[in-house]
Design a protein around this ligand. Sequence first.
Ligand SMILES: NC(=O)CCC(=O)C(=O)O
Length: 261
Amino acid sequence: MCLQIALLQIDVAFGDPQANFNHVEVKLQEAAKNVDVIVLPELWTTGYDLTRLDEIADPEAQEAFSFLSKLAKRYQVHIVGGSVAKRGENGVTNTLLVINRKGQLVKEYSKAHLFRLMDEEKYLIEGHERGNFELEGHPSAGVICYDIRFPEWIRTHVIDQTKVLFVVAEWPKPRIDHWRALLISRAIENQCFVIACNRVGSDPNNEFGGHSIVVGSWGEIIVEAAEEETILYAEIDLDQVDEVRQRIPIFSDRRPDIYKL
Ligand SMILES: NC(=O)CCC(=O)C(=O)O
C-alpha cells in the first residue's frame, strides 16, 4: 500500500494568524494534486508569539479546524494539520490536528514535552495523551518537535504496530544536526516511517532550519528539503515496514522485564 505525501515547509508570519491562513490556503492548493496526505509545521497560525497568546490563541482550535476541514473536503486529502495554539478551559496547548478526507477531526494531540529554551513552559500547558490515530486504516501517530528527544515517549506510540510517525516542528537552525540525527534514529529504532515537517524563516528570537525529511523504516532518507520554502513530496510503501520488522524482529526481541528505569 503506497501513500503520496506532501510536506508544506513554509515560513510563518509572527503573531499574524490571518496572514498564515492566507499563505497556507495557497500552498495547500498547490500541494493537493494527486496526494493522499498533506503535512503542516508546528504553531503555523501564530508562530512563537507566546506573549500575545491571550489575543491570538484559537479558542478550542475551532478556526483552524474549520479552515483545514474545508480544504480537506475540497481536495479530498488527509491533513496532518501541524499544530496550533489552542485555548481551552485550563489554558493554552500546542495542539496537533489530524483531519480526514471527509473533513472530520480524527485526532487532537497536545505537545507533551514543553521546550524551555523557547519559553513554552511559561505560556503553555502540557498534554498527557498519546498521539495515535489511523490513516486509511493504518496505525499512525503524530508528535510535536521537542517530543522527538524522548525515545521512551515515541516508543509508546509505535508499540501497537504503528507504521508512520508524523513530526511537526519549528526547529531552529543551530540544532538542525540534532533534528536530522534524532529523526533518523527514531525511524531505525522503531522501524517505522518518519515524516517530519519543519518551518523556515525567522522570528525575533530564532532562525528556523527547514530540512523537512521523510525517512524510511530502514533508516534511509527518502527525501529531504533544504532551508528554503518548498513543498516536499514523497511516496511511501507501507509494506516496507512489515519487511523490516520481519528481517530484524526487535519488537519480539525486546526485554521490557529488564528495562526498569
Ligand atoms: N519547538 C521546539 O520544540 C524546538 C525543539 C528544539 O529546538 C530542540 O532542540 O529540541
